[in-house]
Design a protein around this ligand. Structure first.
Ligand code: UDP
Ligand code: MG
Length: 313
């Protein structure tokens, strides 16, 4: 059986459209599936739509987080409650074409444990997003060796891969990165990113920056090393400049060093601040982990048939 997990945040009528579309595609491919809809603390009528869908269709199951925990946490909640032999993770705004799922399932049946959908075109994305995500993916790939170029969150995971992901303890997880990190036999399927059906992107610029910083800091200490390196570079620079100043002074040179002083102050000041900032980022992460709070809290479930493993819980 295949579990399809979709995070939902204020999608409104998009929920019904998504469930219908998915039913069509998976029905046509005669796949045995369950659909786990995770309401990430929506403020609109998304939850009532989800619970209605769950009532009329035993294959649809709803989870409601107690507030907006973010897409990553919603996905984790979905993974924890999915019963399938394979799990497909897909956006609920129909930007990820459900029609690619049968192809992904075939790859899985051929032995792949992780099937990633990679972007063939990005016409459905705004230029700013496109450039931003490309820049980020390139940087990430370079620093961490985990290849993210053209990657999406749309992917299929076999049961062993799902269990491996669920065993990862970190809080500020970066799903795209961790699901690469775990390894396993991989395959890819090409998709076209569609335009969003209804509503605008749920991400704010701030949210995206947070995700980028989380992703980088959870995968590499390169920024820390870079600060140390810059520190050494400046030490060398300072020694050279110091010697030069001394020589000038001994040969009776002038006090005309005003510009140098200002420049040095500015440059060192900047680097000290950047360094502190980078250290702060890692410290914040350690703080997060040490607190050990749960990644998400469930408020409600909606399903017409309760699977056995939920009852055991
Ligand atoms: N989403 C979520 N919680 C959030 C933000 C987004 O569950 O805090 C869901 C959203 O409903 C959608 C998916 O994550 O199904 C992708 O969001 P969006 O389409 O806004 O992102 P984009 O396509 O712009 O990357
Ligand atoms: Mg989208």
């Amino acid at each position: 059986m295949i579990s399809v997990i979709a995070p939902i945040y204020n999608e409104g009528p998009g929920v019904d459209r998504f469930v219908e579309r998915l039913g069509e595609v998976l029905g046509a491919a005669s796949l045995d599936y369950e659909l786990v809809l995770v309401d990430d603390g929506s403020a609109d009528d998304s939850w009532s739509r989800i619970s209605r869908q769950a009532l009329v269709d035993p294959r649809v199951r709803g989870l409601r987080l107690s507030r907006n925990f973010g897409k990553e946490a919603a996905l984790l909640a979905g993974l924890d409650h999915a019963a399938g032999d394979a799990v497909v993770i897909i956006d609920s705004d129909l930007q990820h074409p459900p029609s690619a799922i049968p192809a992904m399932v075939r790859r899985w049946q051929d032995g792949a444990q992780v099937v990633e959908a990679v972007k063939r075109n990005r016409t459905g994305q705004r230029l700013g997003n496109r450039l931003g995500s490309r820049l980020f993916n390139r940087t990430f790939t370079r620093f961490t060796g985990v290849d993210l170029v053209d990657a999406t969150d749309f992917r299929l995971l076999g049961r062993p891969a799902v269990d491996a992901l669920r065993r990862m303890p970190e809080h500020s997880s970066f799903f795209r990165g961790t699901s690469s990190w775990i390894g396993f036999t991989r395959a890819t399927v090409e998709i076209d990113i569609d335009h969003r059906e209804g509503g605008a992107s749920r991400w704010t610029v701030r949210g995206l920056c947070r995700l980028a910083v989380n992703g980088l800091t959870s995968f590499t200490s390169a920024p820390l090393h870079m600060v140390t390196l810059a520190g050494f570079g400046f030490a060398v620079f300072a020694v050279v400049l110091g010697i030069q100043t001394l020589v000038r002074w001994m040969s009776g040179g002038s006090v005309a060093g005003f510009t140098t002083v200002i420049l040095l102050l500015l440059v060192t000041g900047t680097f000290v601040l950047i360094g502190l900032g980078v250290i702060g980022e890692y410290l914040a992460r350690i703080h997060e982990e040490v607190r050990g709070r749960p990644r998400y809290l469930l408020q409600e479930r909606a399903e017409s048939t309760v699977p056995e493993r939920w009852v055991v819980e």
